[in-house]
Design a protein around this ligand. Structure first.
Ligand code: PLP
Ligand code: COI
Length: 341
């Protein structure tokens, strides 16, 4: 690794590490050769299923440098499990969790020298695409597939680091179709791009679109949404319409551990007005970590959350999460998988 920029000086995900792992399935299990290979272009047919019929899923997780200099992957098993679920929901060849786990660990170990110190981390991107060379397979699942893991040293996802974000509440255009919200597939992001770009073009202060079709607040384009005060944290009840964030699940467990009451339920946009006067709001996600929300724009009206600054409960939960991720606190939930550094 030579001559790569500081991850905090370039956009998230634009530096790629020197090593990756790949496995192919061909009408059977994924065959992983058992060791990393140099990062480089992949070969697939121009007729590949993914290029025509969108059979593509991915994951996003992180490895963190620990206080003692070693490395740990955060919530590896949960991400592997979610990817296996996404594969099943898009009818991609079944993922063997042990193979994917090995591929993630091998990639991180190979790229260990590129893992920045906190607050930086190594972003891990497992990806799976259908490769059947068959342009007639619109109504057939792919039987062959390419599974691979690439890594990226990252800093902040939101430019400017930990700061109060501005969200646009979108109540008419959905992020994706309800039955695929919980699938981490590339198509969901492609579908959300138009509304996101249009919103940001209209108001450059907007950091994320908060999707609330039918007055039901679910998630933003890249994170889950929470309300908080001194006693409670509230987030949308799980169903298939939005992504079941691993960070969301972690925040819920942590909040309970810290004595907060957790409510998983629907959140109505009208509730935000009430809440903004006395409470806090934040986003959770692997890339987003736990990010304070300072402003919500609804129907052209600006709603300031609290005093518009990061709230104490938000920052307390963020610190508790980050401390476990980087090994500055014990790991009572077994969330860290140690990796050779
Ligand atoms: N919702 C969307 C649309 C996302 O892209 C992400 C990021 O992965 C999340 C929520 C948060 O999920 P996680 O905490 O598993 O990263
Ligand atoms: C993640 O947080 O891992 C995501 O997938 C968000 C992505 C838009 C970078």
């Amino acid at each position: 690794m030579t001559g790569k920029p500081d991850p905090f000086s370039v956009p998230f995900g634009t530096i790629l590490c020197d090593w990756m792992t790949t496995a192919r399935a061909n009408d059977g299990p994924y065959v992983y050769r058992g060791s990393p290979e140099p990062y480089g272009d992949l070969t697939i047919s121009p007729a590949a299923h993914v290029l025509h019929y969108g059979s593509a899923i991915f994951e996003g997780l992180k490895a963190h440098r620990q206080a003692d200099g070693s490395l740990a992957v955060f919530r590896l098993d949960s991400h592997v499990e979610r990817m296996a679920t996404s594969a099943a929901l898009l009818r991609l060849p079944r993922i063997d969790p042990d193979t994917l786990r090995r591929m993630v660990i091998d990639a991180v170990e190979a790229n260990s020298e590129e893992v920045p110190d906190p607050p930086g981390s190594l972003y891990i991107r497992p990806t799976l695409v259908g490769t059947d060379p068959d342009i007639g397979a619109a109504a057939r699942p792919t039987r062959s597939a390419l599974l691979y893991v690439v890594n990226s040293p990252v800093g902040d996802y939101f430019k400017g680091g930990v700061r109060p974000l501005t969200l646009l509440l979108e109540t008419s255009i959905p992020r994706t179709v309800p039955q695929f919200g919980m699938v981490k597939c590339g198509a969901n992001y492609a579908m959300a791009l138009g509304v996101t770009l249009d919103s940001m073009a209209a108001n450059e202060a907007i950091d994320q679109v908060l999707f609330a079709t039918g007055d039901d607040i679910t998630e933003t384009g890249a994170a889950n949404f929470f309300l908080a005060d001194d006693e409670r944290v509230i987030t949308r009840r799980l169903d298939e319409s939005f992504l079941h964030g691993v960070t969301r699940a972690s925040v819920i467990e942590l909040a309970q551990h810290l004595g907060y009451e957790v409510e998983e339920r629907t959140i109505d946009p009208d509730e935000l007005i009430d809440w903004a006067e006395r409470g806090e709001a934040f986003l959770s996600g692997t890339a987003a970590v736990l990010a304070p929300v300072g402003t919500i724009i609804r129907d052209g009206m600006t709603l300031t959350v609290g005093d518009g600054q990061p709230g104490p409960n938000t920052m307390r939960l963020r610190q508790a999460l980050v401390d476990i991720q980087v090994g500055a606190a014990p790991d009572p939930f077994n969330w860290r998988t140690p990796v050779r550094g």
